[in-house]
Design a binder for this molecule. Sequence first.
Ligand code: GUN
Ligand code: ZN
Length: 427
Amino acid sequence: MVELILGRVLEFVAEPFGPEPGEAARLHGGVAIADGRILALGSAADLGRDFAGARVTDLGDALILPGFVDAHMHYPQTGMIASWGKRLIDWLETYTFPEEMRFGDADYARAQADLTLDLALAHGTTTLSSFCTIHPESVDAFFGAAEARGMAVVAGKTCMDRNAPEGLRDNARRAYDESAALLGRWHGAGRARYAITPRFSPTSSPEQLEALGALWAEHPDCLMQTHLSEQVDEVDWVRGLYPSARDYLDTYEAHGLLGSRGLYGHAIHLEPRERDRLAEVGGGLVHCPTSNTFIGSGLFEMGARLAEGQRVGLATDTGGGSSFSMLRVMAAAYEIGQLTGRPLHPAELLWLATAGSARILHAEEEIGTMAVGSAADLVALDLGSTPAIAQRSARADDIWEAVFPTIMMGDDRAVAGTWVAGRRVAG
Ligand code: GUN
Ligand code: ZN
């Protein structure tokens, strides 16, 4: 059964980082979907003729895009999002670790996974790469909840064997064994993919990083996700913990944890050698701007990173990030771009939140674009979702001016619909 979704369908035909970002995209009048995939893009008239008898969902002038891809978040932190007044290390100790302790309870983990995924879908996010907790139950809960919704997700057991409380620590052997078992169960099961997940170097011994590096070498098609150079205090701490490492990235590199399928969250305070190596291997830098302002981490220099040819995606980093909305993330990326001399064009922001994040997850064949054959994971945005937004977009001369107020001021009220594999799941 073919369905036609009519609106203003935004398709990127190139990366929008040249002198004319707006020229990288094309608008269509609708998208035809069938069997969970994108079948065709075209004008409403052409699609109506080519797919006569198809079910039609007419969304008026809503903007239809690939569903947002949140390339770094922590579903176990949903319950403590927006916790006041701490910076990274004491924020982890005060708010994060006590909450993560609860995820050995499979029922609690599943309830939080269900809650988080429903919030994500209500905000137009169709794919997430989530950290879980030390508990294998937390990983089963997240993948199970995603499977029930048909979502393409990435996740992994968060490994820690030091500088974390009793009850949230494993060891090198258990990290390897439990990650290996979970990976065997979930990687490639339906739309699930596994990311080997050392939390960050301060909470892993060199032996644990080594064990996880070995596991990655045995399963090179898995992803690997971690944190890198988020706060200056953290970088200093890593220097003390790994005295022979050349820099923070080297703590991963020396243990087999640097690669193109690596996802390096934050990556703000980088040394020249780290930047060179990341660009050389094509590792994914995950910009988490709402988190970086909320926890006070620093300013990611998007202009410099793009000029170096880094692969960059966007993410909420909830609950360090203070919103489930990738619109809020794009707004914060714009504001940080302003503070660092590189105001991002709406086309660049939208590309980063969809294709850019999909690319660093090595999933761009499946998600993040409107390419024919891609999964029909879609979001439709109402570009006049509040009076304040509507009055501004009504004056717009082009699509970019029309969408920018929603990027800057929008939230889940702007989501007119979310589709996962062709099924409408929100809006
Ligand atoms: N670094 C290590 N763990 C975390 C976490 O849970 N959130 C953030 N923002 N940074 C981290
Ligand atoms: Zn994080």
